[in-house]
Design a protein around this ligand. Sequence first.
Ligand code: HEM
Ligand SMILES: *[C@@H]1O[C@H](CO)[C@@H](O)[C@H](O)[C@H]1NC(C)=O
Ligand SMILES: *[C@@H]1O[C@H](CO)[C@@H](O)[C@H](O)[C@H]1NC(C)=O
Ligand SMILES: CC(=O)N[C@H]1CO[C@H](CO)[C@@H](O)[C@@H]1O
Length: 333
Amino acid sequence: MDRVRRGSSSLMVLHLVLTVLMIMGRSRSDAKLTKNFYAARCPNVELIVQQAVSTKFSQTFTTIPATLRLFFHDCFVEGCDASVMIASPNGDAEKDAPDNLSLAGDGFDTVIKAKQAVEAQCPGVVSCADILALTARDVVVLAGGPNFSVELGRRDGLTSQASRVAGNLPEPTAHLAELNSLFAKNNLTQLEMIALSGAHTLGFSHCSRFANRLYSFTPANPVDPSLDPTYAQQLMAECPQNVDPSIAVQMDPVTPTTFDNVYYQNLVNKKGLFTSDEVLFSDAESQPTVLDFANNPSSFSAAFVTAMIKLGRVGVKTGTAGEIRTDCTAFNS
Ligand code: HEM
Ligand SMILES: *[C@@H]1O[C@H](CO)[C@@H](O)[C@H](O)[C@H]1NC(C)=O
Ligand SMILES: *[C@@H]1O[C@H](CO)[C@@H](O)[C@H](O)[C@H]1NC(C)=O
Ligand SMILES: CC(=O)N[C@H]1CO[C@H](CO)[C@@H](O)[C@@H]1O
């Protein structure tokens, strides 16, 4: 009797110790993001960020596409840890890689402004990675897209290297299999990849990123035959050969400033700007999803929200990993 009781209480102690170890282990390695992460220490963070984004947007529309793309590029290189924000005096940080050449400065500026506003009220509490995730949601809403709750609790990364960028971001010449494998590496499905590509309903592309489809597609077909001929003409007028490299065109020629499903209708109408856009319709494997999104705005909205939340989980650092940067463009020490 006595032995049994002692045995069971030491079992309970063992159980307690194991539970505590499990909880500690979890908070160190796979702590989960949560929606109310800053409820106690910075309860107004979402409102502060939203106001900073609105102010920046009232100065320039580019705020919207630039910030959305910045979030994507951050998450696909070293995870969503604001590593893309780091400015290096040597010009060898993530943002200095050739793939980043076209990241518009307004995205960086949006995050910097939002961070400054947050620091004024809750110094040292909210990570730049979380602020970038919130700004990406806010710009989608400002453009007329769906609202959603953002999971929080990311920590800022401690590395940012230009050399980590190549091969981790998709090329506009990519076909379905390459897109799928790159997104799969980031735990994103084909459906989620197609939904996230809908971000190309907004923003600009420099001529050089698709000029091959206008002038040098193949020797037999210099103009990509999968482009609508009238659209190809329009693009050639906007992007003559040897055009100034700073010239950019709207990626959704129909509703360029609205976050909507017209991007998918454009693909059906052979008005996808990049090969990586057009293949989503021309490849039989992905075509049903494109048709669904083209015909059902709510189907696209729901898929986009789910995919953005999953994008926001890629490679996140939580618990005591990384740091909470004071200045988003520099490591703390
Ligand atoms: C699926 C593979 C993707 C490829 C190949 C791709 C490629 C590109 C390229 C080449 C540009 C033009 C950059 C320039 O010349 O200025 C661009 C712009 C853009 N991309 Fe993507 N992208 C992809 C997915 C995404 C995703 C997942 C998002 C966000 C969720 C995104 C958001 C944007 C936005 C908003 C712009 C416009 C940026 C601006 O106007 O400043 N893209 N993309
Ligand atoms: C979007 O949703 C979040 C919470 O889910 C809310 O805090 C925020 O105010 C909403 N944004 C807008 C513009 O309604
Ligand atoms: C993908 O998910 C697995 C399992 O949850 C996780 O271990 C891994 O870190 C994730 N990969 C990325 C890039 O987030
Ligand atoms: C916005 C931004 O910082 N872009 C940088 C990307 O990389 C190029 C090439 O090194 C830099 O010149 C840009 O300033």
